[in-house]
Design a binder for this molecule. Structure first.
Ligand SMILES: CC(C)(COP(=O)(O)OP(=O)(O)OC[C@H]1O[C@@H](n2cnc3c(N)ncnc32)[C@H](O)[C@@H]1OP(=O)(O)O)[C@@H](O)C(=O)NCCC(=O)NCCS
Length: 162
């Protein structure tokens, strides 16, 4: 099981090493594939309520997630989270561990539910994993994601009461 701890500024180069190719691929997140390091650092490290890293036995960073309110004010009791696992560490339960951890953190911060706004329907591993972890698909947004290879594909809204 990975050790999951708050991200620090010193972690950023290791995070950027796999966040950059993940977003540049244009198949899972809506961030502009050409986003600068500064732009992504801001959305991943600075704007969220919390950012965590999952580390392996040697302390190497295997994955990361952020947690933030999904809406201001009257919608702020629902949180949003985003997860990325380094390609070399995928398929070993890192995302599952981070998602369980994020739900505990969210509860501790007072959030009552967690919402994923734009789960790309073709991202089958993610859809299956979030479903296994108790997230319901509450909506399907037709053509809402401009996939870099496939063109317009549907996106799912997924929701779990905490
Ligand atoms: C989607 C993503 C986060 C999944 O991360 P991951 O660490 O590979 O996911 P996990 O290993 O926790 O789970 C994947 C599968 O492995 C299984 N698994 C869990 N523990 C395992 C273990 N110890 N050994 C082998 N497989 C395991 C899980 O049950 C899951 O099976 P399922 O697909 O049938 O549900 C990762 O592929 C990624 O970062 N993709 C790019 C960014 C992205 O898509 N983020 C999500 C956006 S919504």
């Amino acid at each position: 099981m990975p050790v999951i701890r708050p991200a620090t500024a010193a972690d950023w180069p290791a995070l950027w090493a796999f966040l950059q190719p993940t977003f540049a691929a244009g198949d899972t997140y809506a961030y502009d594939p050409d986003s600068s390091e500064a732009d992504i650092r801001k959305v991943w490290m600075d704007l969220p309520a919390a950012t965590f890293v999952a580390c392996g036995e040697q302390g190497q960073v295997l994955g990361t997630y952020y947690l933030k309110a999904n809406q201001p004010g009257l919608g702020a009791h629902v949180c949003n989270a985003g997860y990325v696992v380094a390609p070399v560490a995928q398929g070993q339960g890192v995302a599952a561990a981070m998602c369980e951890h994020s739900q505990e953190q969210a509860r501790a911060l007072g959030f009552l539910a967690m919402q994923f706004n734009l789960v790309v329907s073709t991202n089958e591993r993610a859809v299956r994993l979030w479903s296994h972890l108790g997230f319901a698909t509450v909506g399907r947004l037709p053509g809402a994601f401009r996939h870099a290879r496939l063109g317009l594909v549907d996106a799912l809204v997924m929701f779990k009461t905490l």
